[in-house]
Design a protein around this ligand. Structure first.
Ligand SMILES: Cc1cc2nc3c(=O)[nH]c(=O)nc-3n(C[C@H](O)[C@H](O)[C@H](O)COP(=O)(O)O)c2cc1C
Length: 413
């Protein structure tokens, strides 16, 4: 990372909410995560967290999932390259990898140096990644991304305004190739533009298939386009895509219909974050339980293989406000439940022991621990990843984190 990029790191942390830990964010090395839980100690090996599990037609070697992590290291043309293949391969012992968020179109892009999945070159670039992960018997889904209003004209085709359900300016700054720039007031989409974006999702889903992914995850979390349509705070439309629940869920459900047509429901998941206020200082929906329950119940008709929830504020508090329950969402959904946000070894073991989730998804711990699964299994210590290298740059802070040597792993057992 250049000095300039380093200098702008803190601004990027604010721009990329997903990277911006709240002050009460738990330490990743705090084994009990402030929840007063007893430590599991050794013996995690016996948990079914480390045992194979069926996910639709796939058999995952364990229940540990690598979360989507934007690392802003794609090559020219937003094309993944060998460096990216090496990074994912190092982490292929996860039962499932979910790729970093991947733009479905240029209009869907909101951060510099992020990969796309809509050109032939991008398909070829991703093929390097998927082949390498499969060579290590791993599985990888592609996270399909449209940022909506969380963008900037510098990142948009012909310098146009970003698009959104309504013309409401987000807080914070966009990460462009020439530095941080305040977000602008987006343009509200016309009703007849939305089918075109649904087609962009379908095209990206087809490209992901050609690129050799095992499935796709629809990114409907973290206040990006689909989440902007769901929330009544960002969706003030009066057409068939705004207003009541049926209308606000219409676009995400149309995307689910289009994508499952290509992949079949059993290779499609969806990510949701009903309680996450970032990026863009995006207010929550006025009744998140009602809105996301309505969505989840209707998703059942497409037979999605999992819902993936960020339990709480992304990288922040896991608290559920009165009236909200992730377990209720889980009960309403007919497929698997993948849980994320602040999971530690102990929390993950407990979640399986008490059957609170089918799959446990880890984000930050995977950055500096390519062999995270083995470390969790043996109870070995976890390395920390300095934030300076989270986004942008090359191999440093990306592919140069070592796995524990065999000797160290044995000593930890
Ligand atoms: C560096 C970084 C990049 C992220 N990029 C994405 C992303 O591309 N898509 C997404 O849905 N979430 C993204 N997130 C959020 C993570 O997937 C995850 O929800 C969050 O880190 C909380 O999980 P954890 O406590 O295990 O880290 C990112 C988080 C970090 C730290």
């Amino acid at each position: 990372m250049s000095e300039k990029e380093l200098h702008t790191q803190s601004a990027l942390d604010e721009a990329l909410d997903e990277s911006f830990p709240a002050s009460d964010s738990p330490s990743m090395t705090d084994p009990t995560h402030g929840m007063g839980l007893p430590s599991e100690g050794a013996g995690g090996e016996e948990s079914d967290l480390f045992q194979p599990v069926r996910m639709g037609p796939l058999t995952l070697v364990n229940r540990i999932v690598m979360a989507p992590l934007t690392r802003s290291r794609a090559g020219q043309g937003d094309v993944p390259r060998g460096l990216n293949a090496e990074y994912y391969t190092q982490r292929a012992t996860a039962g499932l990898i979910i790729s970093e968020a991947t733009n479905i179109s240029q209009q869907g892009k909101g951060y510099a140096f992020t990969p796309g999945i809509y050109t032939d070159e991008q398909v070829a670039g991703w093929r390097l990644v998927t082949d390498a992960v499969h060579a290590r018997s791993g599985h990888i889904f592609c996270q399909l991304w449209h940022v909506g209003r969380i963008s900037h004209p510098d990142l948009q085709p012909w310098g146009q305004l970003p698009v959104a359900p309504s013309a409401i300016r987000p807080g914070g700054q966009a990460f462009t190739e020439t530095g941080f720039k305040p977000h602008v007031t987006p343009r509200a989409l016309d009703t007849d533009e939305i089918p075109g974006i649904v087609r962009d999702y379908a095209h990206a889903a087809e490209c992901a298939k050609r690129a050799g992914f095992d499935g796709v995850e629809i990114h409907a979390a973290n206040s990006y386009l689909l989440d902007q349509f769901l929330r009544d705070s960002t969706n003030k439309r009066t057409d068939r895509y705004g207003g009541n629940l049926e209308n606000r869920t219409r676009f995400p459900l149309e995307v689910a219909a289009a994508v499952t047509k290509i992949w079949g429901g059993d290779r499609v998941g969806i990510r949701l974050s009903p309680l996450a206020p970032q990026p863009g200082d995006t207010p929550l929906d006025s009744n998140p339980m009602e809105t996301y329950s309505y969505l989840v119940e209707r998703l059942n008709r497409y037979g999605l293989v999992y819902i993936h929830t960020i339990e709480g504020a992304t990288q922040g508090s896991r608290d559920e406000p009165p009236g909200f329950s992730f377990q209720q969402l889980r009960r309403q959904f007919q497929g698997l439940y993948m849980a994320n946000n602040g999971y530690t070894r102990d929390l993950a073991l407990r979640a399986r022991r008490e059957n609170l989730a089918d799959l446990i998804c880890f984000g930050r711990p995977f950055i500096a621990n390519p062999d995270l699964v083995e470390r969790l299994r043996t109870g070995a210590p976890l390395a920390d990843a300095p934030k300076e290298t989270w986004y942008g740059g090359g191999a440093h802070g990306y592919t140069d984190y070592p796995a524990l040597s065999e000797g160290q792993a044995r000593a930890a057992e």
